[in-house]
Design a protein around this ligand. Sequence first.
Ligand code: NAD
Ligand code: ZN
Length: 377
Amino acid sequence: MVNDAREIRVGLGPRSYSVWVGEGLLARLDEFIPAGGWRKAAVLTDSNVGPLYAETVLGGLRAAGLETELLELPAGEASKTAERAVEVIDSLIALELNRSDLVVALGGGVVGDLAGFASSVFKRGTAVVQLATTLMAQVDSSIGGKTAVNMPAAKNQVGTFHQPVAVVSDIDCLATLPAREFSSGLAEVAKYSLITQEAWGRAFRENTGAVATATPARLGEVVADCAAEKARLVSADELDTGVRHHLNYGHTLGHALEAASGYDGTYRHGEAVSVGMVFAALVSEAVGLAAIGLAGRHRDLLIPLGLPASPTGAVPSFDELAAFMRLDKKSRGDLVMVLLEKEGRPVVRSGLDPTLLEACYARLTAPGSGARRTEVK
Ligand SMILES: NC(=O)c1ccc[n+]([C@@H]2O[C@H](COP(=O)([O-])OP(=O)(O)OC[C@H]3O[C@@H](n4cnc5c(N)ncnc54)[C@H](O)[C@@H]3O)[C@@H](O)[C@H]2O)c1
Ligand SMILES: [Zn+2]
């Protein structure tokens, strides 16, 4: 603990680092920047977050003895591209950053993934600090070192593993987060509550309403519980060859829905994951892994969190989505998903039967499931 900030360690030998969770942390950033002899910090942010928090962050970095530079991207998933990454790298070169300098990601998962990617390839690897300002970033994307940009063909197709040197999650940032973005982050909280055996996961599932009225202190506990779960899985499987797959619950269909929409804003990442989790529950039932009722309990969990339980907007065909799902990084050309035996018991299944998945997709999108049907050419 530094004052009242909670510290979660991601244990990865020489690449270990701390995740700091608490209120008012950006205002005392100098306490959380690890010693590293850094000279200069290039802060990457987006057009929504910059005006709110950049000044505080630049002040904190200066207090830590760093020279500062600010780079701002247009907000939104459409910025998470290889072209934008190249622009960022060009700027780092123009700013004469070197390997003893620091890249600082100030924002949500889009800024974090992009800054992580750019810093991992800039001069073959430059240190990055993640300052997570969305619930999504605080509970998930800022931790674990997965960096990525999207390609038109599919999501997160180009990326690296590059652990940050520190993560700072200031709960106060959540006060300015639009409601839809907060709900999107809650999808990942719900995901942890479904894949973990920890008591907090069950408590969250059983009292979803509590999060709407949670105090910042209570929200901080939720964030810290999720961060601890992520830290545990990342420490056990940094390169995502085993238990870390469990974090992909709901993501096989979720990523396909995002890609099929062309990242046009139809889905926030968490919304697509929410639909993907209901689908995964339907598949878990259909293959006989889970007892009937799991998908219904998913809907009861997700809908009160303001999340969709079936596709929204134009409903893509199963064939279109299956093509994206085969590009999933777990796939060897087959259909692979994380399924659940029941809450708290995730299982990775490969070689899934496309006909069975198509039948589950039909159930997911059936009238009465909440999907709005629109003809897609
Ligand atoms: N690397 C990983 O392990 C990992 C894990 C989960 C998700 N992701 C990725 O994260 C991305 C989604 O992240 P996200 O949901 O944070 O999206 P985001 O970064 O686009 O942020 C959502 C929106 O909220 C705005 N915003 C951010 N913080 C704010 C604040 N405090 N106040 C007001 N507005 C604020 C942003 O400008 C943006 O418009 C996806 O690309 C997803 O693939 C990566
Ligand atoms: Zn996710």
